[in-house]
Design a binder for this molecule. Structure first.
Ligand code: NBP
Length: 474
């Protein structure tokens, strides 16, 4: 009997995805480049479900019912192309290759075209939730041919996380749409994490609390509007005692953040689209600054500035919570505005409310808050900016005094809060009918004759700055 679906790439994500699918009673074919890993998989989990293991790609392909559905879960980049190249001559017209790794969406667009040219169907599918999500229920963001999606829909719906009876999976859009949305998901994750880190910094260095006390605050915050996976695990990480030193674990972890590039992709894409994405982009820059550890060490003794008081003053705790919430609203508003712009640019017709729906469970940014976003798009599918729906307008209005106080205090005490403060600047810029770009246009016209528009006349104008100073119509 042939398997209904195959998984190639049995590192932690592929193995767990295969186990998740098999746990729903679906026969799964498994394969890995290095056969020892396949053998290990079968030894560890073979008895959990109906698995067929193959050593060669050919046997793997032959063990699948047609049209074949093959999930590729290998390292993103060249390995994905290598696997597609190996599979292609062995597959039949209409078979479906499903890349479920963190591929960059332009690669997905290219691979979709290449597979189509070979009579194959290709899907780029974002999967979030880490190893545990892959095993117990991830958030799944499938992109590609809708008819191909219909062939795997039942399996995807059965393995995804479920929130209020709704599986966290929906067909996102054609081509690279699934990987695009996964990319923005990861970008938002960067912003969320940066905002949490800034709140932790303030609670530690301005409010003057130790890690376990800050952990308790996050635990408490997790019972309100901020209720989310990341706030929950922040409480847990801060509460952890280091077995070696007896100190809080966070106090012995080096303050250098790693990154795998998806935040950078999101920021670059926003720059190309011309969409202001300050929260996510500042989060990427903050990780970059954190990585300059030896430079920071040298600068610490040289560059002047205030030292945080660390005087215990808990009156700021609620202000920090509100500042975190308002900044988070801005980061999501920006991320959703970016997806909207990309959807228009690429003709994807993304349903933004559905993106919020499938992020409610399984993924790293799962949060109660996403229900509010879903409701916003249910009511206003063509919303320009989330800040403009009453729920968020009011939430930020209620938070803004606290937000400003926190930013003033942090600035006075020399605590960097790039995501908090850039979010407020975005907010203040967005709510302003007239900004200072009039001067920018004046300057551009002066040095480059780039012209400007007038508030009181149609058309474009240029002032002959270097000649007689008169204005001419351009
Ligand atoms: P890795 O990203 O560490 O990749 C390891 C797998 O890729 C192994 O099966 C390896 O086979 C295979 N592989 C490599 Br490397 N080069 C290959 C090639 N040229 N041809 C065929 N196979 C090759 O695995 P992972 O952490 O399970 O992640 C898989 C995907 O899921 C990635 O795209 C990742 O970004 C994404 N993702 C990961 C997480 C997470 O929490 N880890 C979350 C969400 C998404 P071998 O055994 O023969 O070396």
């Amino acid at each position: 009997e042939k398997s209904r679906i195959g998984v190639t790439g049995l590192a932690v994500m592929g193995a767990n995805l295969a186990r998740n699918i098999a746990s729903r009673g679906v026969p799964v074919a498994v394969h890995n480049r290095t056969y020892a890993k396949t053998e290990q998989f079968m030894a560890d989990y073979g008895a959990e479900g109906d698995f067929t293991a193959s050593e060669s790609v050919k046997d793997f392909v032959d063990s699948l019912e047609t049209p074949r559905k093959i999930i590729v879960m290998v390292k993103a980049g060249k390995p994905v192309d290598g696997v597609i190249e190996e599979l292609t001559p062995l597959l039949d017209e209409g078979d479906i290759i499903i890349d479920a790794g963190n591929s960059h969406f332009p690669d997905t667009v290219r691979r979709t075209a290449e597979c189509e040219a070979n009579g194959l169907r290709f899907m780029g599918v974002g999967v979030s939730g880490g190893e545990e999500g892959a095993l117990l229920g991830p958030s799944i963001m499938p992109g590609g041919d809708p008819a191909a999606y219909e062939e795997v829909r039942e399996i995807f719906e059965s393995i995804a996380a479920v929130v209020d009876g709704t599986p966290c999976v929906t067909h996102v859009g054609p081509g690279g749409a699934g990987h695009y949305v996964k990319m923005v998901h990861n970008g938002i994750e960067y912003a969320d994490i940066q905002l949490i880190a800034e709140a932790y910094d303030l609670l530690t260095n301005v409010v003057g609390l130790d890690a376990p006390a800050v952990g308790k605050i996050f635990e408490e915050w997790n019972t309100g509007d901020l209720d989310s996976f990341l706030i929950e695990i922040t409480g847990k990480v801060l509460a952890k005692t280091d077995a070696r030193t007896g100190r809080p674990l966070v106090d012995v972890i080096v303050d250098q953040a790693g990154q795998k590039g998806t935040g950078t992709w999101t920021a670059i894409d926003a720059l190309q689209l011309g969409i202001p994405l300050t929260g996510i982009t500042e989060a990427v820059f903050a990780r970059g600054l954190s990585a300059l550890r030896s430079e920071r060490k040298a600068a610490a003794g040289v560059l002047a500035g205030p030292t945080p008081s660390k005087e215990v003053d808990e009156s700021l705790v609620e202000d920090i919570r509100l500042a975190l919430y308002a900044s988070k609203v801005v980061a999501y508003a920006q991320g959703f505005a970016q997806m909207r712009a990309a959807s228009v640019e690429n003709g994807w017709d993304l349903k933004l409310g559905e993106m919020a729906t499938i992020w409610r469970g399984g993924c790293i940014i799962r949060a109660r808050f996403l229900n509010r976003i879903r409701e916003a798009y249910d009511e206003h599918p063509d919303l320009d900016n989330l800040l403009m729906v009453p729920y968020f307008t009011e939430a930020v209005a209620n938070a803004q005094d606290a937000w400003r106080r926190v930013i003033v205090k942090a600035t006075e005490q020399g605590v960097p809060i790039p995501a908090f403060s850039s979010s407020l600047s975005y907010y203040d810029g967005y709510r302003r009918e007239r900004g200072p770009a009039n001067l920018i246009q004046g300057l551009r016209d002066f040095f480059g004759a780039h012209t400007y528009k007038r508030i009181d006349a149609e058309g474009s104008f240029h002032t002959r700055w270097a000649q007689d100073g008169t204005e001419v119509e351009a």
